[in-house]
Ligand binder design. Structure first.
Ligand code: 5GP
Ligand code: ZN
Length: 134
């Protein structure tokens, strides 16, 4: 996709600071660096969201995430590590080409995620679980 920034990075038309690559994925430094060591793992073919990937490509992305996470642990020894994978504008995605954020964490650092539990009744949980059998 000519107007997709991550397709342009994958094609080598826009520079990036690459940390690893294989036939289906590439990982490079996020330009914004929410924390030092913030890496993006991107699939090479253009697919917007997780559910656009087939299982093999999704597995390839997670293999690369795992490799990057272990390297961050070895090199930076962060107190924690957060994976963030956003899908769609409502899901906080700003670049519509599938990617996973691998973010080293320190206690008390800046990133925040509001996570308000709705604590529904058990019968509502059971009904939803029934719908989502897979
Ligand atoms: P999203 O909001 O879609 O989950 O994340 C998109 C990420 O892409 C942001 O963290 C942003 O900093 C990063 N980003 C956007 N444009 C570029 C770019 O040209 N180069 C790199 N390395 N990262 C980018
Ligand atoms: Zn793309």
């Amino acid at each position: 996709m000519a107007d997709c920034i991550f397709c342009r990075i994958v094609a080598g038309q826009v520079p990036c600071h690459k940390v690893t690559e294989d036939d289906r994925t590439v990982a490079f430094m996020d330009i914004g660096q929410v924390n030092p060591g913030h890496v993006l793992v991107v699939v090479k073919p253009h697919h917007a969201t997780l559910t656009d990937l087939d299982e093999e490509l999704a597995a390839a992305a997670m293999r690369t995430v795992h490799r990057v996470a272990r390297t961050i642990r070895r090199e930076l020894q962060p107190a924690g590590l957060t994976l963030l994978q956003a899908n769609g504008e409502a899901g906080w995605q700003t670049v519509p080409h599938f990617h996973v954020h691998v973010l080293p964490r320190r206690s008390g650092d800046a990133p925040r995620l509001e996570w308000p539990a709705m604590n529904p009744p058990q019968d509502a949980l059971a009904a939803m679980a029934k719908r989502l059998q897979c």
